[in-house]
Write a protein that binds this ligand. Structure first.
Ligand SMILES: [Ca+2]
Ligand SMILES: [Ca+2]
Length: 229
């Protein structure tokens, strides 16, 4: 059957696979030196008959891989990843076209037991959702970086104030610093709890406000010590 297929690596079979009707299998896998079972079993020149013509599992070594165990939900065209091509494959299948390598189990995205246009729609929604999530995460990263820069800027202004006002007589400036610190802690906390696009936008506005506030604070500190050298 697979005699001398020395480049053959993986053979997928379903749970229904049996060798009951095989009568002569003596050299079935002879020379299949690259074959590898789904559980990692490799070619053994002493076992080339139907003994290993079974799904590879713990306790029952075999050369085959269980097809069911490799189904990726949504991977309708069975190419190993879920993409817009799978939506196209589901639509084509629903329209009655022949789709090579069509995997009906993977295509039944809403797990209704049949493949319909609802599965294409569900799959498209998942893909769009994932795309939005990617944008969301990168926006959040930008915002966190901006927040870090703002915190550094604030620390610099505060160090300036500390340096020039060692005895802390400029209570108004220190008051301003403490208000900013309070607001900063609030914004940081808000950022940790962002879960929607709306909350993200709100956070962005607050981070920008904070930045403005620190710029003004920096100018106030500068002005004061210019006037009172
Ligand atoms: Ca695919
Ligand atoms: Ca379905």
């Amino acid at each position: 059957m697979f005699f001398c297929c020395n480049n053959l690596t993986t053979v997928y079979v379903s749970d229904d696979w049996t060798t009951e009707r095989i009568t002569n299998s003596s050299d079935m896998f002879d020379g299949c030196s690259s074959i590898r079972g789904g559980n990692g079993t490799v070619y053994d020149a002493n076992v080339v008959d139907k003994t290993y013509a079974r799904i590879d599992a713990a306790g029952t070594p075999g050369y085959f891989t269980n097809k069911a165990s490799t189904v990726i939900p949504g991977d309708a065209n069975d190419d190993g990843n879920v993409s817009i091509a799978d939506v196209t494959a589901v639509v084509a299948h629903v329209l009655g076209q022949t789709v090579p390598f069509f995997n009906a189990t993977a295509a039944d995205v809403n797990q209704s037991g049949t493949v319909t246009i609802a599965d294409a729609k569900a799959l498209a929604e998942i893909l769009i959702g994932n795309m939005n999530m990617g944008v969301f995460e990168s926006e959040m990263k930008d915002l966190q970086n901006m927040m870090k820069a703002i915190e550094n800027g604030f620390e610099q202004v505060k160090a300036q104030l500390e340096l020039n006002d060692g005895d802390h007589t400029q209570t108004e400036l220190w008051q301003e610093a403490s208000e900013i610190e309070g607001y900063m802690a609030y914004v940081r906390q808000q950022m940790e709890n962002v879960s929607t696009e709306y909350e993200m936008e709100e956070c962005e506005v607050r981070v920008h406000q904070l930045r403005e506030q620190i710029i003004v604070f920096g100018l106030d500190v500068e002005d004061f010590f210019r006037e009172h050298p």
